[in-house]
Write a protein of this length. Sequence first.
Length: 528
Amino acid sequence: MISPAFLEGAGRWRGIGLVSGLLVALAPPASLLLPGLWPFPDLAPEFFVSIGRSLGVGAGAALLGLAAGLPVGLIAGLYLFPLRRLFLAMLALPLVIPSFLWAIGLSSLRIESGLPPDSLLSGASGSVLAFTAFTTPLVALATYLAVSGLSETQVQAARIAGGEGIVLRYALGAVLPVAVVVALLGGVLTLSDPGPGQILGFRGVAADILTSFAALYDFGLAARQSAVLGVAVLVCSVPVLVYTARGLAHALMARSPNPVDPIPWCVAMRVGPVLCAVVAAMILAAPLIGLVLPVLGRLEWAAALETVRRTAANTVAYALLAGFVAAGLGLGLAICAGRAPSLRRVLFAGLVVVFVLPPALGALGTIFVASGAPAWLDPVVRSRSTVGAVLGLRLVPVPAILFVRALGQMPASWALAASVHGVGLGRYGLRVLLPFMAPTFGLAVLLVALLATADVGTVLLLQPPGEDSLPVSIFTVMANAPGSLVAALCLAYVATAGAAIVLGGLAIRVLGGHRLPGGAHPGSMVPR
């Protein structure tokens, strides 16, 4: 019988399992990088120009997201104010919406307003605005979670020492590393997204990679371009990650026994709603108005609902499979990392590598493997399961961080006490570990499913014929379908994503209310 203390002890299995899990997550892109990088010929100078343009757009989106999202997350984490939960839910919406939908809204608004093609709503500036709708809520929610990791004792001590001004000052210093790194990662993710640029007339590096592959079907060229892009991203990211690593690890792994509770404050009661409303309007108003205006002229709801009905099964299948694959692998990685700081650093480094590699690289690597695979491997490399699995491997960092944080909040004494009383590892897992981790597992599946649905490029490249999802269907018909139909499809997707966020939030609150013996409850890692 294996003792539950096995989960708290050191051993070679941790390092072997951690490295193996990271290699599995990196398998799709590595399958193209390894054969495609040798020999390494010169790339066209225009490609490096595209990298520079994309880096500029990503930097602009990261800076705007940091400037707008940091104060919102800080105030929402420390203070209560009217409509606070509603504003947080509104900010979460752009995270699960494909970026090209916001670009369609901006383009439609420009056309409806009669603005010229080179206006603020097109080109590089329009792409920055479209990507800012993603980076701003990403920074805001990450800051909110970092604030929830602060101790009530620390906050009360700062409040006694100098009032709310001191609280804001020291809380800002505590969460700033998280906000900076998350903004940086948000800007990095924009480099691999070709959608807004193709719609708004901006030629970025992601579009160049897909275009060169579609025109030449050259796996080696795509691998070399993706590798150069990944190196450029690492060169820009590593200095910031090194500088903020200590503060980031402390903020992410904070597990105070008495987390800070938001309180009402007269200034926050007035400033909070105004600030959140301004930020929400900045990232949501223009795209949504651009989507609503075409629908007012001509209703296309019948055709839109038929498209939703046709693609619903595939959309759900891709999303759920990605969620379970990512959550399962993320939980395994978190268990292997355990409580050892060195293993956690290795895990974070590997997750950063997974994030910075372009998503198209994993899809192209899978196509490269499938092109030489026999027919009997079709269920593995040429099916809906392939799409979901590749999406899940790409999004493993999301559940991995959640599970590392959750396991850090689980007392080690539980496993040791079970071991002393002769409880086996299997029974301990079913009676203690599984109930404790269930809310986090459900949250991880939900988040990954929503994020996977918004990934159009991977599904577009890997989907079997006729098995498209709703976002892919919108992306493929937007050039030829009437603007009113495209807008109706986009609004249907936005409404569905909003309903999923609301239902997911309700489910998390219900699961978070179940307590385990001793006063601990499995929803303690879920943000309030």
